[in-house]
Design a protein around this ligand. Structure first.
Ligand SMILES: [Zn+2]
Length: 152
């Protein structure tokens, strides 16, 4: 059930989990506009979330320059994911009706990923597969290396 008071706290940032660093254990890199989180997702290895560095809820709240930098950062992450994970397609999702802090999901997709042709949120709850600690560490290091090299 929708809780208007809780929602107001999220929108205003007072109770925003992204501002609180809830995903800091999954930190991948900092780019000029965004903090990059690498999800531990064995079904979609390389799935990243760009979290805008300050609390804003909507893309239109950014200046033209900020938006341009954000798109550059989304493209930099997508390039790294493409080079390291070699997906068939990269999906981009900017939602925010659960956590209203501007963020973008960058999701590598493969025909055998379990929900090809659908958004990843169609995946049955509880069926998610995690990477091993070694797999996650290796993937994170490879993505960091490509991001640092500035391949674009
Ligand atoms: Zn926030």
């Amino acid at each position: 059930m929708f809780d208007a008071k809780k929602w107001r706290g999220l929108v205003e940032g007072a109770t925003c989990p992204m501002c609180a660093g809830a995903d800091s254990g999954l930190f991948l890199a900092d780019l000029p506009s965004s903090r990059i989180i690498l999800q531990n997702d064995g079904d979609f290895p390389g799935y990243c979330i760009l979290q805008y560095k300050r609390h804003v809820t909507e893309l239109h709240e950014l200046s033209r320059e900020e938006r341009a930098q954000w798109v550059e950062d989304v493209a930099a992450v997508a390039t790294a994911v493409q080079n390291v994970c070699e997906p068939y397609k990269i999906n981009y999702a900017v939602l925010g009706n659960l956590v209203p802090h501007l963020h973008c999901h960058v999701i590598p997709r493969r025909p055998d990923d379990g929900c090809w042709g659908q958004p990843i949120w169609a995946r049955p709850a509880g069926s998610e597969r995690r990477l091993t600690a070694d797999e996650y560490f290796e993937l994170r290091e490879r993505l960091r290396s490509v991001l640092k090299s500035g391949v674009s």
